[in-house]
Ligand binder design. Structure first.
Ligand code: SAH
Length: 283
């Protein structure tokens, strides 16, 4: 009898709190083919595991709150990948709190990555002269500016720090031929991404560097992504020469270019491949 009552109690508890076996929303890029095994792998490769950094929600309400914020992040992320830069600017300018919401979710996603691409870029810059002037297109929390000695112009849709210039990065206030390094770290998000690269071309000095880090799955032709060759060709046709193609990381690719000394006389229309959105799913 006593045993029956205990089992009824247990059952009621399960009904009140379904799924309380999995408390944290676990989001990884949908098109990254991230199975559970890889997540385990990721965590054993010295990466910062999500669970080690994120405090565990203490109760059901915390869990619910976390799920809602995960949903908001996914919605905003999809918005950024499926609209133009100008639309994104208007959207966030109307309600800058959405930007915080996006970045909270973004930072959480990044805890699943064994290595952050922004750190590769910081290392690259640190190994060169600090006199190089840098433009960080889509800077997020401006980690590059905070980490290197160089003069860094940081651009994003919303400015959360006096050092960040709020603008659509297809139209920055920089003078033409005024910077040595243009960085796009996971920021080629808008449907008009080619206009961001054209803006980088405008502001770069001849022989200046263009450094691009992007989500690997966006460049996986076997999985609906762009062919990296088409992308490299389009950037080269704009007036760059390719100097590095690094596909060694699981999560992101690194592409480095140098701005050609001479303007391209070939006025042929550039074929920019479509870069598919990097969407995150609830797991
Ligand atoms: N580079 C940072 C942040 C990447 S998240 C890092 O590696 O951590 C991508 C950032 O690009 C977001 O902060 C987003 O607001 C910004 N972004 C996307 N489109 C933009 C645009 N058209 N103009 C300016 N910033 C943009």
């Amino acid at each position: 009898m006593k045993e029956e009552a205990t089992s009824r109690k247990r059952k009621r508890k399960r009904q009140r709190n379904p799924k309380n076996t999995k408390e944290e929303p676990d989001e990884t890029p949908k098109n990254q083919n991230n199975d559970k095994k890889r997540q385990r792998d990721t965590k054993t490769h010295g990466g910062s595991s999500a669970s080690s950094k994120r405090p565990k929600p203490s109760n059901f309400l915390d869990t619910l709150r976390e799920k809602l914020s995960g949903g908001n992040f996914r919605r905003l992320n999809e918005k950024l990948y499926t609209c133009s830069g100008q639309e994104a600017l208007d959207y966030f300018s109307e309600d800058p709190t959405l930007f915080d919401m996006y970045h909270t979710g973004y930072q959480q996603q990044m805890t699943n990555w064994p290595e952050l691409p922004v750190n590769s870029i910081i290392n690259w810059l640190s190994s060169r002269s600090s006199s190089l002037v840098v433009a960080d297109f889509g800077c997020g929390d401006a980690r590059i500016a905070k980490s290197v000695k160089n003069k860094v112009f940081s651009f994003d849709l919303v400015s959360k720090d006096p050092s960040v210039i709020a603008c659509d990065m297809s139209n920055t206030p920089l003078e033409s031929s005024s910077v040595d390094v243009a960085v796009f770290c996971l920021s080629l998000m808008g449907t008009n991404y080619s206009s961001y690269i054209k803006e980088a071309h405008r502001v770069l000095r001849p022989s200046g560097w263009l450094l691009i880090a992007e989500v690997k799955s966006r460049f996986d032709p076997n999985n609906g992504g762009a062919d990296p060759k088409d992308f490299v060709k389009a950037v080269s046709d704009l007036g760059f020469s390719s100097s590095l193609k690094d596909f060694s990381n699981k999560m992101f690719i690194l592409l480095h270019f140098k701005k050609k000394e001479k303007l391209n006389s070939n006025k042929k229309k550039i074929e920019w491949p479509e870069l598919k959105a990097c969407l995150y799913k609830r797991r």
